[in-house]
Design a protein around this ligand. Sequence first.
Ligand code: WT7
Length: 632
Amino acid sequence: MDLRIKTFEEYQEQYKKSAEQPEVFWSEIASQFSWKKNWDITLEWNFNEPKIEWFKGGKLNITENILDRHLAGNANKTAFHWEPNDPFETSKSITYQALHDEVCQLSNALRKIGIQKGDRICIYMPMVIESIVAILACARIGAVHSIIFAGFSSQALADRINDAQAKVVITSDGLNRGNKQVELKSMVDAALKNCSSVNHCIVLNVTNTKVNWESNRDLNYHSLIENEEKNCSAEVMDAEDPLFILYTSGSTGKPKGVVHSCAGYMIYSAYSFQNVFQSDKNDVFWCTADIGWITGHSYIVYGPLLSGATSVLFEGIPTYPDAGRFWEVCEKYKVNQFYTAPTAIRSLMGFGLDFVNKYNLSSLKVIGSVGEPINEEAWDWYHTNIGKKNCPVVDTWWQTETGGIMLSGLGNLSPMKAMHAGFPLPGIQPVLLDAEGNVIHENEVEGYLCIGFPWPSIIRTTYGDHERCKNTYFSNYNGYYFTGDGAKRDKQGMYRIIGRVDDVINVSGHRFGTAEIEDAINMDLSVIESAVVAFPHDIKGQGIYAFVVVENSDVKTDVELTNSIIDCVSERIGKIAKPDKIQIVNGLPKTRSGKIMRRILRKIAEGERSNFGDTSTLLDPEVVEQIVDKAL
Ligand code: WT7
């Protein structure tokens, strides 16, 4: 199944066709997949409810497109080269046949413990092959997977398990990360104290850590699957049945479960993978994301496997045992397409070129960036030292909610411009809106980035709360999907993402809502109130700056307070969300109506010390002076 566009002219033709006849365009692509029954209606939609149905009436199972389909010609092709955290541990490879067999075994086992189509299964796992098996086993039997990044705390895990009412959790005893180990099972044990929906916890041995065992609940992964058949009938799924839930943060409230559907997501993850990375049949692809994020879902698991590609699956981190690890792995597997985040590039830049130049990177053909805007210095370094000025940099803009890459160059077909994501993929209709919600038609402008027409992998709902989906994405601008990002469009029509225009902070490519972090900080008993804003951070892109008002007491020093606030955030969300700066303040700048003036706090966090614009609505201007005096 080769879905690739081969020239820029062809891209332009395809784009035109996708805009003029979207149903015809996507039907032709969809017909290249295996269906159990063809669809009746290609697209039915409105952005008001919203209701979006692609390939209505069609029946399929995504794992047949990933596994069974490749068995005929490619059974012995490598699906993954697994690279362990510790470079001296033996690496492993798994073929499409072996992956099929193990997925079937786990699918059978899951059915035996009572899992049925539509049940939710939570996956809290390290970057090992069995995690991929777990994901595909869910999809095989029609269970909806909800992967929780293994860096989230047990409380965050419990929230997500409860929101989805998951019946099973699949985890491991522990995970390896650089020179540290994390005891995942004990985190799950703590979470499950408050999760009554969970009947079983399946535990894989990874670190061989001794774990607590609840014999009526816990099941060992290997014993569970060892006697199972290596064949398993795939559940017949409707095109619009949910494939997975993935939690992500927004500007308000608790994280929401973004729901993706079987057929639309399948088609778009494969289509975007093949076109953006332009991978050839025998290429080796490596996406360094974690499977707990959407990048891992679409470009470690679904896109590459649907395309029959060979990928690297890396258990470790970029700086272990040293800052040359990424490049060592690229050389080892002769990686052809490499896909990582600006934060990783910025952190590796700091270690110097000796770590790069030791390795032969001549296999690289395309290098990609994702997760946050890439600054010029990082872009140049990546393009020059990793791509040797020979590889296009695909700066891919997309979101958890979009399911796949929306704006990006396509391999070496498209014109490339530093820091610009570029043109939309075929099928994607971006628009820029002004503050009043009018479409800006000219080029060389800036506005709110929205999408005017559905694409196959657009978010379908937020789990358990459709109204929230509507309010978050479809109500800001009537008739448009609102991305939450601001963007510029240049003369040629290439897009450059500026960043979030809402209260979302992007820390190392990870998304957090300010409200979510404030809620965690406010759990500290000494805290009265807090306000969190972003500030520019050299490596993380954005850092978290918390202004905190505490009870007037001399019991704790500022250092003690700061530590206990950090502990609160680590417990509530995870270490990944800890504030970089915490300033204890006497009060927050508020308007007479009691609204926190975040604009001022943002300026202070950015280093501004005097020009705060119009402060006439401030209740107590002295508060600002006090904060500025002690700003960090
Ligand atoms: C937000 C989505 C999609 C994969 C990882 C993040 C920002 C993403 C880019 C890029 C500038 C980017 C946006 C977006 N973002 N890619 N290439 N250039 N900004 O997924 O957690 O859903 O976050 O990440 O602000 O809205 P996510």
